[in-house]
Design a protein around this ligand. Structure first.
Ligand SMILES: *[C@@H]1O[C@H](CO)[C@@H](O)[C@H](O)[C@H]1NC(C)=O
Ligand SMILES: CC(=O)N[C@H]1CO[C@H](CO)[C@@H](O)[C@@H]1O
Length: 468
């Protein structure tokens, strides 16, 4: 099969969305999704056939959504969002979605998965920012201990850790509520339960001070897919050192933050609509490579100290020494950056607080090939749904960043290779749109597909995803 038709097949598989979920009211096991080969035109007919009225609308209900007390949801929506970036609000977005999704069942006895809505993203930011100066959330001036200067990193650290401690406490209370008020957790020690941890390092920010036993086997939906623990000392560690680490996994510590076999990865939230999407061929691309980021020197606050893990600094210095012809460097507003991404062939996406950043997903949606610097980092919908990032992304190992110009130039010199990458980008762009629902082939549809795979792994074990 030609690579083009292979790509087309993969697109068909991905865009198919939920069409292969169970179609009979009494058969809830979404096992068909495991076998990609079985996703055929016939499968699609099966679902769309129902629309013609010959069959009752297929049911695919398998997710039960807990009705949590207001303190975990609606009360949190009332908290100040003054400095709260909406990228962390996908806990709310997913909750609202699942309340209305065809995947939802209101019969807990029939459910295969249990969704626990808690709006941790808003809560976490509100918590530490309560003590900030107007206009600058990082400037903490109120209620500093006498030994801490107002605005000092020490005062900031204290509130930051209060944020972690109190958010962890909210998580613990939510799980206790579920375990006390409902009988379902104990059946599988929480393995069929899922919660959204929408901050940078997921559980390692939002549930840091909880004992592992609090979580049982529960999995999470999150954006943190880092698989590394230690790195080359010349580039500071991707994983930050935690002051209090109460996890006792007996495994690399980072596994407490991400379980590759269980957790569902998603991009951080952004509100792009289908009409905001730009094809790589849909506009003139006069910028060869866009380096639209800056590097702030350490000020003692953890997100900033190694922000971008120094790699940003190295890349800026590198660009100043030898700018690639037609490239641009320097920060601008996010609107200007989006517009420039739509005019660029390559978008350089260095790490932020974590290895990946929303910049990478914005680049994809703007038809710009992301250049990333991942050591080992799982990405959304790759492990289980097979999104082949390598086909439309250029990854350079962090220590090899001086090869940047050379690697980009080689692709620019091969129109065929560039065309192949851009074709693949077109084919997969839509997977990263948060707008749309179960049937639209975007993030939401992919999350539902991933959840159906988790349900199958838990309840219908003969076909392991790994054995195919
Ligand atoms: C929660 O925040 C309060 C301040 O509002 C602080 O005194 C307390 O130590 C924090 N709790 C934890 C567990 O960090
Ligand atoms: C082993 C252990 O329990 N370590 C710490 C867990 O977190 C609390 C609260 O931050 C600390 O007091 C413990 O020392």
């Amino acid at each position: 099969m030609s690579t083009a038709s292979q790509a087309a097949l993969r697109v068909a598989i991905l865009l198919c969305g939920l069409c292969n979920l169970p179609v009979h009211g009494d058969s809830l096991a979404p096992s068909a999704i495991i076998s990609k080969q079985r996703i055929t035109a016939k499968g699609r007919e099966h679902i769309h056939g129902s629309v013609s009225g010959r069959r009752p609308r297929p049911t695919k209900e398998f997710v039960y959504v807990y009705d949590m007390p207001a303190k975990f949801t609606s009360d949190i929506k009332k908290l100040s969002m003054e400095w709260h970036p909406e990228q962390y609000d996908y806990d709310q977005v997913l909750h609202e979605h699942f309340l209305n999704s065809p995947a939802r069942t209101e019969d807990a006895e029939q459910a295969q998965l249990f969704f626990i809505p808690v709006y941790l993203g808003r809560y976490y930011n509100w918590y530490w920012q309560q003590w900030s100066t107007p206009g600058n959330p990082w400037e903490i001036v109120t209620d500093c201990e006498p030994r801490h200067r107002a605005g000092s990193p020490e005062c900031w650290w204290e509130k930051w850790m209060w944020g972690k401690g109190n958010t962890s406490e909210l998580v613990r209370e939510a799980l206790e509520y579920v375990q006390k008020q409902h009988p379902y957790w104990s059946k599988h020690d929480g393995a069929d339960h899922v919660m959204v941890f929408s901050y940078d390092h997921a559980r390692c920010d939002m549930a840091l001070t909880n004992q592992l036993s609090t979580f049982g086997q529960m999995f999470s939906i999150q954006s943190y897919g880092d698989l590394t623990l230690t790195n080359d000392p010349t580039v500071p560690p991707i994983i930050q050192r935690w002051q209090d680490n109460n996890y006792t996994w007996g495994q690399p510590r980072s596994w407490a933050c991400f379980r590759p076999d269980a957790d569902v990865l998603v991009p951080m939230y952004y509100n792009f609509e289908p009409q905001d999407l730009v094809s790589p061929f849909g506009s003139e691309r006069s910028i060869t490579a866009l380096l639209r980021f800056d590097y702030k020197r350490g000020d003692g606050k953890n997100l900033v100290e190694h922000y971008g893990h120094r790699l940003r600094h190295e890349l800026i210095e590198y660009w100043r020494g030898q700018p690639l012809e037609g490239s641009q460097q320097g920060p601008k507003s996010s609107e200007e950056t989006d517009a420039d991404m739509a005019r660029s062939i390559f978008c350089v996406c260095p790490p932020g607080a974590t290895q990946d950043t929303t910049r990478m997903f914005r680049a994809i949606l703007k038809g710009c090939i992301p250049v990333t610097f991942f050591r080992a980092n799982d990405l959304p919908f790759a492990r289980f749904l097979g999104v082949p990032y390598g086909e439309f992304m250029l990854n350079i190992q962090p220590d090899d960043y001086p090869q940047l110009n050379d690697r980009i130039s080689r692709i620019l010199a091969s129109p065929q290779r560039l065309r192949h990458m851009q074709d693949a980008l077109v084919a997969y762009q839509k997977n990263f749109l948060w707008s749309g629902g179960s049937e639209d082939g975007g993030v939401i549809a992919n999350v539902e597909r991933e959840l159906s795979i988790r349900a199958t792994m838990l309840h219908d074990t003969p076909h392991s995803t790994f054995s195919r």
